[in-house]
Design a protein around this ligand. Structure first.
Ligand code: PBG
Length: 340
């Protein structure tokens, strides 16, 4: 007798009845870039349809997200070059764009919105690295332990402003523990950590670095003529490695992370599945800027229909095991009904 799996594909109603993966708005986390000033809406050429907003304009976007059913956002700060220093101190300022945005969003929306903030020094250091530089006999290195205090201070500033979750994306070893300890010591025991636990040294972050002005610079002047690394391969994961992803996830869980993230998403579906199988914590996956830009470019070139391609990409990330997806498509896909 012929087995007939096609029977369950006969009508749209049947297909929906047996559908496995779904994407609900509350499973999507919308990223936003925040700049100083007011009335600022700065389109980002590398990310068509995405803009940087000053706090006053950001509020309107958050309201729109809430109206679409989105419950959580991730905030990234962008500051002018004259505020950037070797130590990235502006990251921890009480009046940083992100801290101001957190306060304003909390005042406007109360606890309806889960406010998550990216914690990393790369948009605040003049050299663009996620940690601090230190000259050694082997050249300039990104000094792991020297970077932890600054990261913890940044997380603390966001907690003081009212963040629900801080999300360290720097990939320094031990930063989850350092941030947890700093938060607890100041009484922020209920502020959670969404760790970018498994973040690969990826070619797909280019548009983000343009948006945030956070590309590693390779400046030599301050380091006796020694040139710092021009990429992040000494701290982000090697794309050849899968076992190492499981190790990173396990370490961050042990250090006290409340949620684990895998990043990028589409080229790392195997990693999402592996982390999902290993942990009982919620797993998030970040559909990064390059993934978004690729889909936009493919759609613009007529290579695929954008609504279906976006839905299929997001579904694949859910099917692989992600509970939460961070995506620049969140508002557009929901408002256009692409995920229904
Ligand atoms: C900061 C950070 C980056 C991203 C998120 N946080 C950039 C990087 O590591 O260079 C990338 C997000 C994206 O590409 O959408 N460290």
């Amino acid at each position: 007798m012929v087995k007939r799996p096609r029977r369950l594909r006969t009508t749209a109603a049947l297909r929906t009845m047996v559908a496995e993966a779904t994407i609900r708005p509350e499973q999507l986390l919308a990223p936003f870039f925040v700049v100083p000033g007011s009335h600022e809406v700065q389109p980002i050429a590398a990310l068509p349809g995405v803009a940087r907003y000053s706090v006053d304009r950001l509020l309107g976007q958050l309201e729109r997200a809430l109206a679409l059913g989105v419950r959580s956002v991730m905030l990234f700060g962008v500051v002018p070059n004259d505020l950037k220093t070797p130590g990235g101190e502006a990251a921890a300022a009480a009046d940083s764009p992100v801290a101001q945005a957190i306060r304003a969003a909390r005042a406007a929306f109360g606890n309806d919105l889960v406010i998550t903030s990216d914690v990393c020094l790369c948009a605040y250091t003049d050299h663009g690295h996620c940690g601090l530089l230190h000259p050694t006999a082997r050249g300039v290195v990104i000094d792991n332990d020297l970077s932890l205090a600054g990261l913890a201070a940044m997380a603390l500033a966001h907690a003081e402003a009212g963040a629900d979750l801080v999300a360290p994306s720097d990939m320094m070893d031990g930063r989850v523990a350092a941030i947890r300890q700093a938060l607890d010591a100041q009484g922020f025991t209920e502020v959670g950590i969404l760790s970018y636990a498994v973040k690969y040294a990826s070619a797909f972050y280019g548009p983000f670095r343009e948006a945030a002005g956070s590309a590693p610079q390779g400046v030599s002047s301050r380091y006796n003529g020694m040139i710092p690394p021009t990429d992040r391969q000494t701290y982000q994961l090697d794309p050849r490695n899968a076992r190492e992803a499981r190790r990173e996830a396990a370490l961050d869980e042990a250090e006290g992370a409340d949620l684990l993230m895998v990043k990028p998403a589409l080229p790392y579906l195997d990693i999402i599945a592996a982390v999902r199988a290993q942990t009982t914590l919620p797993v998030a996956a970040y559909q990064v800027s390059g993934e978004y830009a690729m889909l936009k470019a493919a759609a613009a070139a007529g290579a695929c229909a954008e609504p279906a391609a976006v839905a299929e990409s997001l579904l694949s990330i859910r099917r692989a095991g992600a509970d939460i997806i961070i995506s620049y498509y969140t508002l557009e896909a929901l408002s256009q009904g692409w995920l229904e």
